[in-house]
Design a binder for this molecule. Structure first.
Ligand code: NAD
Length: 263
């Protein structure tokens, strides 16, 4: 399949590991030039070097915290200056703090709004003028299945992922005439470093093996297993590619059938 991604410039956020790294690798493997960011420079540089070695793509590592306004401005500016354009933006960050409403403070809410919602809004604010000037672009926001169906014990995620969905849908309508397509991808349980660490911590707490914890996680997934990060990346590559040119304003789950609703 010719994706038409060769030579396109992508900025993938929160990409030193997990879903962001898989998205950066997927786009680089299709010939895109990729800028990737995370807060911890040595880990990010190692991830960038790995992707460069595996794909031969032009990869740029930029240290940035997406919950900080000044970092976002610098990140988009540095990407556009280095590569001369910006075609694809993949927004992503670490997840907000887990917990019930009763365990959250006002400062938890403000931090989560900065990390999940405002980071997405501000990245778009900085990236859209570049895309408009070029006559088009793609924005792909990594959210969660909690955008469609609340997950028990994840109050902040359940409240803020739908806000990103509403923002994206509205932005898609506003930017369609500029040739800029905006979509969300909603991962279900995916075997990233964070998910493995959480399973190991639960197993240690309960005195069971990680296999037991994992079996419990997958029992509600019709496909009977967690996703691999590359399986979300495959959808991101499609949405960024020429083949995804008529898809905008939607949220697509990659969840092995986990969500129970019709839409
Ligand atoms: P991960 O912890 O494996 O990777 C997160 C990445 O984000 C790392 O590279 C980290 O350095 C970077 N990061 C974190 N905070 C950042 C910040 N403020 N600025 C810049 N970079 C930052 O996590 P993951 O499993 O890949 O998850 C990525 C996102 O997808 C999270 O928001 C998570 O809640 C969401 N999600 C994950 C799953 C899953 O099963 N893995 C399911 C649904 C949603």
């Amino acid at each position: 399949m010719d994706t038409g991604l060769a030579g396109k410039v992508a900025l993938v956020c929160a990409a030193s590991r997990g879903l962001g790294k898989a998205a950066a690798l997927g786009l680089a493997a299709e010939g895109a030039k990729v800028a990737m960011c995370a807060r911890h420079m040595p880990t990010l540089e190692a991830a960038a070097a790995e992707i460069q070695a595996e794909t031969g793509a032009d990869v740029l590592a930029i240290g940035a915290d997406v919950s900080r306004r000044s970092d976002i401005t610098r990140l988009v500016d540095q990407t556009a200056r280095h590569f001369g354009r910006l075609d694809i933006l993949v927004t992503n960050s670490g997840g907000p703090k887990p917990g019930l409403f009763g365990a959250t403070t006002e400062s938890d809410w403000r931090d989560a709004i900065d990390l999940v919602l405002l980071s997405t809004v501000l990245l778009c604010m900085e990236a859209v003028p570049h895309m408009r000037r070029q006559g088009g672009g793609r924005i792909i926001n990594i959210t969660s299945i909690s955008a469609k169906q609340p997950i028990a014990g994840l109050m902040l995620s359940n409240a803020l992922r739908p806000a990103v969905t509403g923002f994206s849908k509205t932005l898609a309508n506003e930017l369609a005439r500029d040739g800029i397509l905006v979509n969300c991808v909603a991962p279900g349980y995916t075997r990233t470093e964070r998910v493995i660490e959480l399973a190991e911590a639960t197993a240690a707490r309960e005195g069971v093996t990680t296999d037991v914890v994992e079996r419990r996680t997958v029992q509600n997934i019709p496909l009977g297993r967690m996703a691999e990060p590359s399986e979300l990346a495959d959808l991101i590559v499609f949405l960024a590619s020429d083949r995804g040119r008529y898809v905008t304003g939607t949220t697509i789950p990659v969840d092995g059938g986990y969500l129970r609703g019709l839409m």
